[in-house]
Design a protein. Structure first.
Length: 311
């Protein structure tokens, strides 16, 4: 047993390539139920300090969920972080075994913080929310095409728009029903939507794509979403603070909530106009509103309190 063991797992459609450091052990398991059971047996014998997966669009979730259920220290990392780490260490070649080794080295050297992993019900809500986003994107594309479509295509596009609108309504109903099935989600949804400017779309997005909401402090949650200003200084040079990275879909929904809030929420409206009166650019002021809304929602979920409107 080695309490300082670190495991990297590279995931493909069919296989899980595993590398253990410092023992340099390598193993390969099938990416299915029998393979994941064998992976759990293998990992339990090692008692690792950390198990790191690279996010692969959902292919990793069977193994990750199973490991988390067994209370094994598992974390999923953005693939960009892994590739940046590989480049920084001069590891430019790319195969499944090399990737597993790189991920294991990332686990050992960086030691990323373990964050909540989506359970089965949250994954279901995420899938519905992702499908909703796809349908909205298709609707926007079809409506844009309608403006310049030649006459023979107009009827076909209109029929497709009607179909997509019905599908969107069905997806929204499914999301609403899924949230209502869980007492915790139902209560969190009511808390979030009590804030004027937060609607069902942002609420569902936060529930499924930001499970850390209410568990982190305001600085960490802002950095996680990507609305925290980052320094850009060197020597005497003082560059503009910019936001970067984070969870893009959550940030997009927060943007729309900020736009609605500065129109209809007196407190956010006052906050926005104070920044504008102080000479801040509108885009910067709007980003500051996004960050403030996220901070408020984080505190509301943490303290289990509803929004109290104040001017």
């Amino acid at each position: 047993m080695n309490s300082e063991a670190y495991i990297g797992v590279d995931v493909s459609k069919d296989l899980l390539d595993v590398k253990v450091l410092p023992s340099e052990q390598t193993q390969q398991f099938s990416n299915d139920d029998p393979g994941v059971k064998n992976l759990i047996t293998f990992v339990k014998k090692i008692h690792p300090q950390l198990i790191v997966f690279e996010s692969t669009g959902g292919l990793e979730m069977l193994a990750v969920s199973s490991l988390v259920e067994k209370h094994l220290p598992t974390v999923v990392i953005n693939p960009r972080q892994i590739r940046d780490f590989a480049k920084a260490t001069g590891r430019l070649a790319k195969t499944d075994s090399i990737d597993a080794d790189t991920i294991a080295r990332f686990a050992r050297d960086i030691r990323p913080e373990i964050r909540p992993i989506k359970d089965e019900h949250t994954q279901l809500l995420s899938a519905l929310n992702a499908r909703r986003r796809q349908i909205v994107d298709m609707l926007v594309a079809e409506k844009n095409r309608l403006y310049s479509a030649p006459k023979p295509n107009i009827k076909s596009i209109q029929k497709h728009i009607q179909y997509l609108e019905r599908t969107l309504e069905d997806i929204n109903n499914d999301i609403n029903k899924t949230i209502k099935k869980s007492p915790t989600w139902r209560e969190n949804d009511r808390i979030l939507q009590s804030f004027k400017g937060v609607g069902p779309v942002l609420s569902a997005t936060l529930l499924c794509d930001l499970p850390e909401l209410g568990t982190l402090n305001r600085k960490k949650i802002a950095a996680l979403v990507g609305v925290a200003p980052l320094n850009c200084d060197s020597g005497r040079f003082r560059g503009r603070r910019r936001i970067k990275g984070g969870r893009a879909d959550v940030r997009r929904k927060l943007y729309m909530a900020a736009v609605a809030s500065i129109r209809h929420n007196p407190r956010m409206k006052n906050f926005y106009h104070k920044l504008i009166d102080a000479g801040k650019p509108p885009k910067l002021a709007l980003t500051a509103c996004m960050r403030k809304i996220l901070t408020i929602l984080n505190a509301m979920i943490k303290n289990r309190t509803y929004w109290i409107a104040t001017c």
